[in-house]
Structures are given as structure tokens and as C-alpha cells.
Design a protein around this ligand. Structure first.
Ligand code: FDA
Ligand code: NAD
Length: 492
């Protein structure tokens, strides 16, 4: 059992971890100071790809194509980049000034055997036009510790213990454990009959996505039942249909994506999906499954008495933040780990970012948890900026987040900014038979526009949505907003 100590540990290897590592790299971190610990076997990647490009029948997205931070147009951090990042960052720290002239050499070198587990390198830096020129010996970068699940956290002792018994000590911890799938339909947790049949699949991590791809290939053109009418439900129903499956979507609510869509918005997507051949069953849930003698699922029983044939079942019935390791050790709120506007938790030197954080949403004066990629990136960057600023005796501005969600499926693409509260109005052409649908919605509370949505918006139109949701201008009337449509936002 090994024990290792780091100045900073990022626990989790998802989107927030990737963006936190990138921010540490740009702020400056010395070799060996930072570790990223993840139970996944791959370096941080842009999770949204798993329910979209990863499932395409042709030209599918594969790693290393979507490692963080390509999703926001940033540099792609390949596994080897983590080590290199630490190296580059060491440059700011002068060990031994040497007078030399004008070249930079990066010379791979094998050195001190005890340090060989780090990436051994010597960097000779020579800077032109400077009075002193530093020479650096760099032995390590950011340590990426993969396939390592942390099973115990002791925040008072500042230590984490892995499933293999290795101990990781830290001075500062960033909790970036994200979410896991809701298991309300699992046999092991809830005794749902037949829920352990083969090809009943969930989607959170890349291993899950590989199982979906394997099942798609094994059951080509078969029948798929998608349980859940939220993000996974809509994106996976489309992906399976594109793969030529006969798809039925089942969810309990009166319309799809009820946590964001109004009935009017949902009506567009439901008709569009139906036109694409997806069958939709509302107002009921899966209550059990039966399997073939070989253990593969063959039928889904619904609570309303119906049953559906299935070669594959995808379950997308929500996510739960992974906070269990820290229960009783840190203050929680609304199911997540409570933080301040710098993502500091109630425990000194412990930060929480991404899906697990319940943070102050300044513009609404409210504590929120957000399960979307834009916030996971920005919260990670904010936490690292705050950590580094505090070390230098400074501070950063409070996090002032404008909620932003998006989704893509089939040829559709929508974006939403702000808050979906109050009354709402639709604008534009929401006819699902239109080959290029382009419509939107505003939400109005206390006479002000607080949320804006658009399907098929251009880059400029989407920017206008963000502006209007941030500015929260007064609206004359709902009718006027419908008439003005996107031009209302464009004027802000
Ligand atoms: P994330 O889940 O990315 O990472 C958590 C990491 O911690 C994982 O690597 C996990 O293995 C690791 N971990 C957890 N516990 C651990 C332990 N005990 N020990 C070691 N490692 C541990 N959002 C959006 O806005 N648009 C979109 O299109 C999509 N699409 C999308 C598709 C799919 C399939 C999913 C599952 C999610 C999305 N999302 C999304 C949501 C978005 O991906 C999500 O909000 C972010 O990934 C959250 O980032 P985090 O870093 O908080 O968690
Ligand atoms: P979700 O919260 O979006 O949807 C959950 C859905 O599950 C509900 O709408 C409901 O229809 C259904 N449901 C709830 N209980 C049920 C039951 N007992 N039986 C049948 N259906 C039931 O969650 P999700 O779609 O599972 O997504 C998981 C996570 O991944 C979320 O955090 C989500 O934000 C994230 N995600 C986001 C995107 C995106 O932003 N584009 C895409 C994919 C996943």
C-alpha cells in the first residue's frame, strides 16, 4: 500500500477535473504538486459526446478526439499532456540562474531512479533579452492517476484511500466526483423484476457508452425501449433511431423534458420524433422486465399493463450527485455539497465543483445545483482561480453564473439561457414538418424576461438569447414578445 502526498488533488476525472487541471496549468503548478484521481481508465473528456457523436453509425467520435478541453474550443489535453503541463509550468520557478543565449531545448532524460515513475525530463530554458537565464531540472508534471476509485475520504485528516488501499494526502482538495445514474429501476437497489437482464443499459461513463455501442452492433435494426423522457431519453432515442432501431420512448410525465420544456416546446419535439419514427408512450413507467433463456432482455412491462418487445433497453431516469464519500463531514444543501461563490465548502481547503456543488446563483439570490457541462467547466476554473489568488493574498470576483443548457439530436439543436420560471411564450415557426425548424420561447416573471430558448438559432441569435437572459429587460406584454420574436433579444 503506497502513500503519496500532493499539494492539490482533484478527485474525479470528468469534465470539471479536465478544466480544473487546465486552469492549474495556466495559473502555474509545479511538477508533482497536482494529482487528478479518477476511477475511469481514460483522461478527462467531454462527456456530452457520449450521447451524441459516440453513437453515430458512421464517423463516430472516439478518444482521443474529445478529451477536455476541446468542447469549449480549448487545447486538447491528451494523457501525456498532463505530465508536460507540469513541466511547462515549472518554468516560472527559477532554480539556478545561468547566463546563456537564446534557445529553448526540451531534452528527454532518464534520471534518478526513484523518480522514474514521473515523466523525467530536463528543460533548459534560455531567454533572450533577460539579465539572468534560468536552468531547470523538471522531474514531473501533473500526475494523472486513472482506474483508481477512492472509497474513503477523511477530510479532517486530509486523506483519501483508494479501493486498492493506497493513501493520497493533500493540502487542498477539489471534489469533482460528478453524478451517477439514478437506479430506481435496478434490481439490486429496488427489486425491480428482471432488471438485471442483459442489454438493460445506463449511460454515464465511457465504459457504459461502449456497452451501448456493443449492443447496437449486436442487435442491428432491432427493437429498443428508452425509459425516461429527459436528456438521455431524447438524445438516446434519436441515436438509436439513427442506428435504424425501432424505438419506443416511455416516460411518466405528460410531456418530454418537463424540467425545462413547456407543453408547447415539448409538442414540437414529440411530433418531430414521431415523424422520425420514434414511438412515444407517456404517463407510465417501466415496472419489470422479462428475459430470454440466455439472459438477454426481451420484454418491458409497463405499469399501465402494456408490454413492449425489446432487444435493448436504455434507462435514463435522472442523475444523483456523488457525495456519499463526504456524508457527515461537509455541509450539504439541495442534495449537493454546499459551497460559497468560490466553490469553497464548509471544510477548510476543500472545494466542490461541477454536478456535486450547490452554489450561490448570484443573479437569482438562490442556492442551485446545475448538472450541465458549461457550469462544470466554469465552476472548475473559478475554484482554481480562487485557490491560486488566495495563495498570493488576493481574491477573485464572486461566481456570477448565467445558466446555460443545450442539446442536439437528429438535425436539431437548441440552446437555453437563464431561468425557466413564470409565464412563457413561443415565437417563430414551430412546425415540426418544416425542414429547418427555427423557433424560440421566452419566460417572463414579474414583467421581466428571465429565460430564453431557441431551436435552430444561429450563433448570433444564441448570443442574443444569452444577453437577454442576463439583462432581464422588461417585457411590454407576452403578445408583443411573440410578435417580436428573436428581434426582441437582438436589440438588447
Ligand atoms: P463528471 O461526471 O463529468 O465527472 C466525474 C468524474 O469523477 C468521473 O470521471 C467519475 O468516474 C469520477 N469519480 C466519481 N467518484 C469517484 C471516486 N470515488 N473515485 C474516483 N473517481 C471518481 N451537459 C450539457 O450541458 N450538454 C450536453 O449535451 C450534455 N450531455 C451529456 C451526456 C451524457 C451521456 C451525460 C452523462 C451528461 C451530459 N451532460 C451534458 C452533463 C455534463 O456532462 C455534466 O454536467 C458534467 O460532466 C459534470 O461534470 P463533473 O466533472 O461534475 O462530473
Ligand atoms: P433527466 O433528469 O434529464 O431526466 C429524467 C427523466 O426520467 C424524467 O424526465 C422522467 O421522464 C424520467 N423518470 C423519472 N423517474 C422515472 C421512473 N421511475 N420511470 C421512468 N421514467 C422516470 O435525467 P437523464 O436524462 O437521465 O440525464 C442524466 C444526467 O445527464 C442529468 O444530469 C442530465 O443533465 C445529464 N445529461 C445532460 C444532457 C444535456 O444537457 N444535453 C444530455 C445527456 C445527459
Amino acid at each position: 500500500m503506497a502513500e503519496k502526498s500532493f499539494k492539490y488533488i482533484i478527485l474525479g476525472g470528468g469534465v470539471s477535473a479536465g478544466y480544473a487541471a487546465k486552469e492549474f496549468a495556466s495559473q502555474g503548478v509545479k511538477p508533482g504538486e497536482l494529482a487528478v484521481i479518477s476511477k475511469e481508465a481514460v483522461a478527462p473528456y467531454e462527456r456530452p459526446a457520449l450521447s451524441k457523436g459516440y453513437l453515430f453509425p458512421e464517423g463516430a467520435a472516439r478518444l482521443p478526439g474529445f478529451h477536455c478541453c476541446v468542447g469549449s474550443g480549448g487545447e486538447k489535453l491528451l494523457p501525456e499532456s498532463y505530465k508536460q503541463k507540469g513541466n511547462q509550468l515549472f518554468l516560472s520557478d527559477c532554480i539556478s540562474p545561468v547566463s546563456m543565449s537564446c534557445l529553448i531545448h526540451l531534452v528527454p532524460l532518464v534520471v534518478i531512479p526513484s523518480m522514474l515513475h514521473f515523466s523525467a525530463k530536463v528543460i533548459v530554458i534560455v531567454e533572450l533579452n533577460r539579465a539572468t537565464f534560468p536552468l531547470f531540472f523538471v522531474f514531473a508534471g501533473i500526475e494523472l492517476i486513472l482506474s483508481t476509485e477512492i472509497v474513503k475520504a477523511d477530510l479532517a485528516a486530509k486523506s483519501l484511500v483508494s479501493a486498492a488501499g493506497d493513501v493520497f494526502k493533500y493540502e487542498t482538495l477539489i471534489i469533482a466526483t460528478g453524478s451517477t445514474v439514478n437506479t430506481v429501476l435496478r434490481l439490486t437497489d429496488f427489486g425491480v423484476k428482471g432488471a438485471d437482464s442483459k442489454n438493460i443499459l445506463y449511460l454515464r461513463e465511457i465504459d457504459d457508452a461502449d456497452k451501448v455501442v456493443e449492443a447496437i452492433q449486436a442487435k442491428k435494426g432491432g427493437k429498443a425501449v428508452v425509459v425516461g423522457g429527459g436528456y438521455i431519453g431524447l438524445e438516446l432515442s434519436a441515436a438509436l433511431r439513427i442506428n435504424n432501431f425501432d424505438v419506443t420512448m416511455v416516460f411518466p410525465e405528460p410531456w418530454c423534458m418537463p424540467r425545462l420544456f413547456t407543453a408547447d416546446i415539448a409538442a414540437f419535439y414529440e411530433t418531430y420524433y414521431t415523424n422520425k419514427g420514434v414511438k412515444i408512450i407517456k404517463g407510465t413507467v417501466a415496472s419489470g422486465f422479462t428475459a430470454h433463456p440466455n439472459g438477454e432482455v426481451n420484454e418491458v412491462q409497463l405499469k399501465d399493463g402494456r408490454s413492449l418487445e425489446a432487444d435493448i433497453v436504455i434507462v435514463g431516469v435522472g442523475a444523483k450527485p456523488l457525495t456519499a464519500l463526504f456524508k457527515g463531514q461537509v455541509e450539504e444543501d439541495k442534495g449537493g455539497i454546499k459551497t460559497d461563490a468560490f466553490f469553497k465548502t464548509s471544510v477548510p481547503d476543500v472545494y466542490a465543483v461541477g454536478d456535486v456543488a450547490t452554489f450561490p446563483l448570484k443573479m437569482y439570490g438562490d442556492m442551485r445545483r446545475v448538472e450541465h457541462v458549461d457550469h462544470s467547466r466554469k465552476s472548475a476554473e473559478q475554484a482554481v482561480k480562487a485557490i491560486k489568488a488566495a495563495e498570493g493574498g488576493g481574491a477573485v470576483e464572486e461566481y456570477d453564473y448565467l445558466p446555460f443548457f443545450y442539446s442536439r439530436s437528429f438535425d436539431l439543436s437548441w440552446q437555453f439561457y437563464g431561468d425557466n420560471v413564470g409565464d412563457s411564450v413561443l415565437f417563430g415557426d414551430s412546425n415540426p414538418s418544416n425542414p429547418k425548424p427555427r423557433f424560440g420561447a421566452y419566460w417572463v416573471q414579474d414583467g421581466k424576461v428571465v429565460g430564453a430558448f431557441m431551436e435552430g438559432g444561429s450563433g448570433d441569435e444564441n448570443k442574443a438569447l444569452a444577453k437577454v437572459a442576463k439583462a432581464r429587460p422588461a417585457a411590454e406584454s407576452l403578445d408583443d414578445l411573440t410578435k417580436q420574436g428573436i428581434s426582441f433579444a437582438a436589440k438588447i
